[in-house]
Write a protein that binds this ligand. Structure first.
Ligand code: UD1
Ligand code: UDP
Length: 363
């Protein structure tokens, strides 16, 4: 069974590492790895292949950045040719990025089976580009492999037959658990001059937060207040880099002596920062999940989340972009008034094994 595994953006690499490892042990699956090139900076792409021992891609589409329509169209054109030459039995897609949806559309029209890891998660917010990617991908997927029961329920409510849905757990947590030894060896705290349990970790990259000055300013004003009580480390995503150069925003960050800005970090260094911080302040999907597993308080800078289990069972709360609310939440954490949470069902480090068993049996 020849399966093309699709990756394109940072979180995809972290999800594919354990899947590739398990697939290579299978006697009936022949895995091919395809990188669309949606992310291409060394620190957003190649570094994860090296750290996580992901084999070099067999196929690279090198599409680069563009508007969503143009990026999706370029991936589709190039992947169409790949499918004709490779003739795969199936493709495996992860998450909700443009590469996920674009390759799924090509496969569906060619009658190639689609496996979707992280199926069924929904923010119910169609202004998020990822929500469109999730809905379209799941609508045409043959094997829906959700990370949690709420995602299973969403798929059933949308009318997908139960026979196509298999709860496998959270694949990101496989990598987190596999990497504990390297994460704990990281020297990043010393390199950044910060102390264990005595800093906040910030990441922001959602277009709704970082693509316009007024939204981003509300968030920065909150961070400016928080850093009076706690140093802040902020590895900056490439989308966010540009806006930080705006003079109005520079005037705010210039007055934040305890803000440490840095380039995006490798998986082990970043994992060390999540595991050792006092709180995470983020709009990332994956980091909401990772902080829940580490039991670290997480303030999510969004009005909604497609990972509600991190609110119900984990350490996550939604603050939106309300400056006062973000500050109140941060103070509650610093004053020891935050929920503790537990690790959700099947976020146990064995999701890749369940995925491979399921593919071998069902596809
Ligand atoms: C994408 C995903 C998002 C995911 C995120 C993970 C979509 C619609 N969005 O968002 O769901 O959470 O990746 O990080 O698929 N850029 C670089 N170097 C790179 C990559 C991007 O400089 O290696 C810059 C370019 O200016 C580009 C911008 O970042 O235009 C945005 O990149 P893009 O992949 O379109 O979206 P992300 O915001 O990264
Ligand atoms: N991550 C990383 N270095 C960083 C920021 C994030 O290795 O500087 C990891 C993080 O641990 C998580 C993943 O990248 O595993 C999340 O990716 P991102 O926030 O880009 O995307 P999302 O999950 O929001 O789609």
């Amino acid at each position: 069974m020849k399966i093309i595994n699709i990756v394109g953006a940072r979180p995809n690499f972290i999800k594919i590492a354990p899947i590739m490892r398990q697939m290579r042990k299978s006697s009936i699956i022949e895995p091919i790895l395809l990188h669309t090139g949606q992310h291409y900076d060394i620190e957003m792409s190649k570094r994860f292949f090296q750290e996580l021992n992901i084999p070099s891609p067999d196929i690279s589409l090198e599409v680069g950045s563009d508007s969503h329509a143009k990026q999706v169209a370029r991936i589709m054109e190039r992947f169409d040719d790949v499918c004709d030459s490779q003739k795969p039995d199936g493709i495996l897609v992860v998450g909700d990025v443009n590469s996920t949806m674009a390759c799924s559309l090509v496969a569906a029209k060619k009658g190639i089976k689609i496996i979707h890891i992280e199926a069924g998660i929904r923010s119910f917010d169609r202004e998020m580009p990822e929500e469109i990617n999730r809905m379209v991908t799941d609508a045409i997927t043959d094997l829906l492999l959700p990370p949690s029961r709420d995602a299973v329920d969403n798929l059933l409510k949308e009318g997908h037959p139960a026979s196509k849905i298999h709860l496998v757990g959270n694949i990101m947590i496989d990598t987190l658990m596999d990497s504990q030894a390297q994460i704990m060896k990281s020297e990043i705290l010393r390199q950044l001059g910060i102390e264990d349990r005595n800093y906040a970790l910030v990441t922001l990259h959602r277009p709704s937060n970082v693509d316009n000055i007024s939204d981003f300013k509300r968030i920065l004003l909150a961070l400016s207040k928080i850093q009076e009580r706690l140093p802040i480390v902020f590895p900056v995503h490439p989308r966010t880099r540009k806006i930080l150069d705006d003079p109005e925003l520079k005037a705010i960050t210039g007055n934040m002596p305890r803000l440490v800005l840095c380039d995006p970090l490798g998986y082990f260094d970043f994992g060390r920062l999540v595991s050792g911080c006092r709180m995470v302040i983020t709009d990332s999907g994956g980091i909401q999940e990772e902080s829940t597993v580490y039991g670290i308080p997480c303030i999510t800078i969004r009005e909604n989340t497609e990972r509600p289990i991190t609110l119900w069972e984990g350490t996550n709360e939604l603050a939106g972009t309300d400056t006062a609310k973000i500050i109140i939440f941060a103070n509650q954490i610093l004053d020891g008034k935050w929920k503790t949470g537990k690790i959700p069902e099947l976020w146990d480090g064995h999701t890749a094994e369940r995925i491979i068993r399921c593919i071998e049996k069902e596809l």
